[in-house]
Structure formats: structure tokens, C-alpha cells
Design a binder for this molecule. Structure first.
Ligand SMILES: [Fe+2]
Ligand SMILES: [Fe+2]
Length: 148
């Protein structure tokens, strides 16, 4: 993901998790707008929804990879954090699919319907895995490291 550099946001760890969960809702809503636009064959609407999502997604994965994944690997090792690594490896395929759908929309290719559906499913599963497994584990690791 080239061009603009996104830096990890500095904030308390539990707050960061809350921000990330809130962003899942924002992105899911954006993908919903993309889906509705795709259903109307409103190609501009598809592009616009994805364009709005782009900075949110990029900042989001910088924080997940630089902060959450780093903590988990540090605490659990590469082997121990295998599941989390796998979940975070979905970031590139998701981002590539966002770009693919955006290109299809710019060429007004009607076949983008199936790709955008795949993107929605991929994203939903990803966010569910993070909220259900990765984030709770990261919070536990963090708590052990910083007992209150
Ligand atoms: Fe993620
Ligand atoms: Fe996420």
C-alpha cells in the first residue's frame, strides 16, 4: 500500500481496540453503501464509497499490524500467534479486492456485482475473527503485561 504513510495512532491500548471495533462498523456501513450502489449499477457511487473507505482502512490496518499484531507476537511468539497472523494476512487480499472493485466500477463493468459480494463476505468474516478472537486475546496479553 504505497503513497501516503500512515503512522500508528498513540492512545491507550484498550481505547485503541474500541476505536478499531467502531471502525469495523464504519467500514461495514461503507461496504453496504458500495453494495447498494452496485445493485443500482451506480458505478460512481461504488467508486465514491470505496474512495471514502480507503484512508479508514489503511489507517486501521497500520494500527492492527503495528500495535496489536506486534504485541501478540511479542507475547506469544510467531508460533503462538499463528492464528492472529493468519487473520491479519487477510488485509492485503481485502485491500486488493477493494482496488479491483474500484477498477471495475471505473470501467462500468456490470460483473463487479460478484466481486463486491466477495469483498463484503471477506470483510465480514475478517472483522468477526478480529472481534471474536484476536482482540480479546490481545486485551488479555496486554492485561498480563500491565496488571492494574
Ligand atoms: Fe483487520
Ligand atoms: Fe480490523
Amino acid at each position: 500500500m504505497p503513497e501516503m504513510r500512515y503512522l500508528p495512532r498513540e492512545m491507550p491500548f484498550d481505547e485503541l481496540i474500541k476505536v478499531l471495533v467502531a471502525e469495523h462498523a464504519v467500514m461495514s456501513e461503507g461496504l453496504g453503501r458500495m453494495r447498494e450502489a452496485a445493485e443500482r449499477k451506480d458505478f460512481e457511487g461504488v467508486s465514491l464509497a470505496l474512495k471514502q473507505l480507503d484512508p479508514v482502512f489503511r489507517q486501521h490496518i497500520v494500527d492492527e499490524e503495528a500495535q496489536i499484531l506486534r504485541l501478540l507476537i511479542g507475547e506469544l511468539g510467531l508460533k503462538g500467534a499463528e492464528d492472529e497472523i493468519k487473520v491479519f494476512q487477510q488485509h492485503r487480499p481485502i485491500y486488493r479486492l477493494m482496488q479491483t472493485v474500484s477498477e471495475l466500477a471505473s470501467k462500468e463493468v456490470a460483473g463487479l456485482a460478484s466481486e463486491q459480494l466477495r469483498l463484503n463476505v471477506l470483510f465480514d468474516n475478517h472483522a468477526r475473527a478480529e472481534e471474536g478472537r484476536v482482540f480479546p486475546r490481545a486485551l488479555r496479553c496486554f492485561g498480563q503485561k500491565h496488571p492494574s
